[in-house]
Design a protein around this ligand. Structure first.
Ligand code: ADP
Ligand code: MG
Length: 360
């Protein structure tokens, strides 16, 4: 990631965190009297900023602190298994393994790979966690200040595809050499879900918000009984372009303004089309909201994977959400001078009353 990329990403995440952070404290009318919010901002979780909040009765702050600590530990445990940046993570051990050797992996990693495989199928290959060779090629070329050659792209994409992985109860096997799994598009969401499950498990916690680098999930209410407000980052400048009002939901955003590489003065998204090996160009920002349905809680994992999927597919991907009550999405395409906003009707209904998406 470039310096500029890192700065923009930091700002975007901080803005998102601020947007959800306008918390009221203490007593309030309406049956929520005596509730308070306890916050934690553990450093460098999953390589990004992280904000955890728990709403508890004012006399149970100690339990909130303990629950927040356990949630942080859950996030760090998951990172230790799934990070490609930690050489001794289970995923890195798998990536370093040769072809045709079955590698035993922790169940949570195998489960997430299975879930990732279902997204690959659903999206016709737009989402694919085996895109590692392509992602790494672009990073390497950016460092050298050049574009990858056609031959390099061909070689990298030849190693991309879930068909190159065999996933069984016993373990995971690479079927060809050079497969590299990168869970960057889904692991943060999975972490958010895990942290929320921990907080839900604490009897004192009546509401919570977990935000890992802009991917987040909330439940319950703020101490004053009000809903959670979540800012939508403006893709073209350092501002918010909308606000969501949510109770029990997960939200993820993917954008080319957040992380990118620069080659010869031109920005390239960190999201690639695994089928062509080329960075996504037309979609600047995607925000996906996952909502509860009968029998299923909101899923930050789904929101995260869908945000990346729709970044690759563009507005036509919204057709996949038709008839689904658990997912709503916003896609911003076009140019700063002529932005184009595409959203599901349900997404519009989640915006703060009387507001829209403002790309001025
Ligand atoms: P962010 O990390 O900014 O929230 P995403 O959730 O969209 O953004 O994840 C992007 C990361 O996922 C990339 O940095 C790369 O590691 C990986 N990735 C890129 N393109 C794809 C894709 N088409 N399918 C799956 N993973 C991808
Ligand atoms: Mg994602």
């Amino acid at each position: 990631m470039t310096q500029a990329g890192r700065r923009v990403r930091l700002l975007a995440s901080v803005l998102a965190a601020l947007a959800v952070g306008c918390s009221s404290r203490g007593r309030s009318p309406g049956g929520n009297a005596g509730r308070t919010i306890v916050e934690a901002s553990p450093r460098a979780v999953m390589g990004t900023e992280c904000v955890l909040k728990a709403v508890v009765p004012a006399d149970r702050v100690g339990e909130a602190r303990a629950a927040l600590k356990r949630a942080e530990q859950a996030l760090r445990r998951l990172e230790a298994v799934m990070s490609v940046h930690l050489a001794d993570s289970a995923l890195s051990r798998f990536n370093a393994a040769p072809a045709r050797r079955e590698i035993r992996l922790p169940a949570e990693l195998t489960d997430l790979l299975r879930r990732a495989a279902s997204f690959t199928e659903l999206s016709g290959g737009a989402f694919d966690v085996t895109c590692g060779p392509v992602v790494r090629l672009w990073k390497r070329c950016a460092k050298a200040g050049r574009q990858p050659s056609e031959e390099e792209l061909r070689q990298a994409t030849a190693r991309v595809g879930m068909k190159h992985l065999s996933i069984t109860e016993r373990g995971v096997t690479k079927l060809v050499a050079g497969v590299f799994v990168d869970l960057g598009a889904i692991a943060k969401g999975c972490g958010v879900d895990r942290a929320v499950e921990v907080l839900r498990g604490s009897p004192a916690v009546v509401g919570a918000m977990v935000n890992v680098g802009g991917d987040l999930r909330c439940f319950g209410t703020k101490p004053d009984g009000g809903s959670w407000r979540v800012g939508v980052q403006h893709p073209f400048r350092e501002a918010l372009c909308g606000a969501l009002v949510l109770r029990d939901a997960a939200v993820a955003t993917s954008g080319d303004y957040r992380r990118f590489v620069v080659i010869a003065g031109r920005r390239y998204s960190h999201i690639v089309d695994p089928r062509t090996g080329r960075p996504v160009e037309a979609t600047h920002s995607v925000t996906v909201v996952s909502l509860p349905t009968a029998g299923k809680a909101p899923s930050a994992t789904d929101a995260d994977a869908w945000a990346t999927t729709l970044s690759v597919m563009g507005p036509k991907g919204l057709a996949l959400l038709e008839g689904r009550s658990d997912l709503e999405a916003l896609i911003i395409t076009g140019t700063p001078a002529r932005p184009e906003v595409h959203m599901t009707d349900g997404f519009r209904r989640l915006l703060a009353p009387g507001t829209g998406i403002n790309l001025e």
